[in-house]
Design a protein. Structure first.
Length: 94
């Protein structure tokens, strides 16, 4: 039986889906699933940022349009990021 998760988003964070959100705290970007942090990277680390966003979209955890609006990344850039993740994996970003 599938477990239901309530849409809990930490205060001050930007929602990426019903249960995923992102927030910048002291120059560290923190991604949350519910209220639990699942990934962090320095604010100026574009490689890690692109890798994790590519992962979330490629795995169906969030949608292009939601990420585009929430983070201000153009859709063409998101498509390139996701394509790189799908073809080269994590190693493609480093």
């Amino acid at each position: 039986m599938k477990q239901v998760m309530l849409p809990i988003i930490p205060a001050g964070s930007t929602p990426l889906s019903d249960i995923l959100s992102v927030e910048t705290v002291n120059d560290i970007v923190v991604y949350y699933q519910g209220v639990l942090p699942i990934f962090t990277h320095p604010k100026d680390d574009k490689c890690s940022h692109h890798m994790f966003i590519g992962h979330l979209i490629a795995e169906g955890r969030c949608q292009y349009t939601v990420v585009q609006k929430a983070l201000g990344i153009p859709k063409t850039s998101l498509r390139r990021i996701v394509n790189k993740y799908k073809t080269k994996g994590i190693a493609g970003f480093y």
